[in-house]
Design a protein around this ligand. Structure first.
Ligand SMILES: Nc1ncnc2c1ncn2[C@@H]1O[C@H](COP(=O)(O)OP(=O)(O)OP(=O)(O)O)[C@@H](O)[C@H]1O
Length: 221
């Protein structure tokens, strides 16, 4: 599903050059739930951004769902991303002015679909994460765990093949974090969604199929 070959990523500023990823070779199979761990600054978010086609590698090849991505233009990348990949972030990234239902339907705005269809799918996704009774709330009226559930609903509303989650439980206590993990595991099991999750929490990583460890830009496990 995800194929990374000889990936290198260099960030350059005026004064500093950082080799953030070094020769990463990684295949994530369809239906796999992979976690990525490693100390701060080792390149986890960089790796996730490259997998999610938010940023390109300096060297190497990225294939997603069998498709080579190197020659895709920005528009094609955005379309492909919107259709195939759902993103979840540590700090939720919800839009404060929008109600829960409107937040959840955001990825569908770029699709040819009626407002009624969008609302129905967003309602379904919110039901899936146990928030059917919160659709008219604003994000500030929700707990952290509930906000993250809205973010999961937004990530799954377009039925992506892959979910990329950057420390989805990082801001939550262990109970709420465990509930978010339950939802992700259930999605993986029942829908076969491929998931890559960055985490600092060994107990969360142990619940996934496979763990990759990065250190200083290199894969060490
Ligand atoms: N846009 C950027 N410009 C320059 N350097 C960057 C940029 N983004 C990341 N870096 C550098 O690349 C390296 C890897 O960063 P990255 O954010 O991928 O690490 P991380 O493992 O996700 O860290 P954390 O756990 O703290 O979020 C770090 O040394 C960081 O300073």
């Amino acid at each position: 599903m995800l194929h990374l070959k000889n990936i290198e990523k260099v960030y350059r500023t005026d004064t500093v050059e950082t080799l953030a990823l070094k020769n990463i070779n990684l295949d994530v199979a369809k239906g796999e739930f992979l976690s990525v761990m490693g100390p701060s600054g080792c390149g986890k978010s960089t790796l996730l951004n490259i997998m999610g086609l938010l940023d390109g590698p300096s060297k190497g090849e990225v294939r997603v769902g069998g498709q080579a991505t190197a020659r895709m233009g920005d528009k094609q990348l955005a379309h492909f991303r919107n259709k195939s990949i759902g993103f979840i972030f540590q700090s939720y990234h919800l839009i404060g002015d929008l109600r829960v239902l409107d937040n959840a339907e955001l990825p569908l705005l770029y699709r040819a679909m009626s407002a009624r269809e969008r609302r129905a799918l967003a309602g379904e996704a919110l039901g899936r994460v146990g928030l059917a009774n919160r659709v008219k709330h604003f994000p500030t009226q929700l707990s952290g765990g509930q906000k993250q559930r809205v973010a999961i609903a937004r990530a799954i509303v377009g039925k992506p093949d892959i979910i990329l989650a950057d420390e989805p439980t990082g801001n939550l206590d262990s109970v709420m974090g465990g509930e978010i993990m339950d939802i992700l595991l259930d999605l993986n099991r029942t829908e076969g969604t491929t998931i890559v999750m960055v985490t600092h929490d060994e107990s969360m990583a142990r619940r996934t199929h496979r763990l990759v460890r990065l250190f200083d830009g290199s894969q060490v496990q």
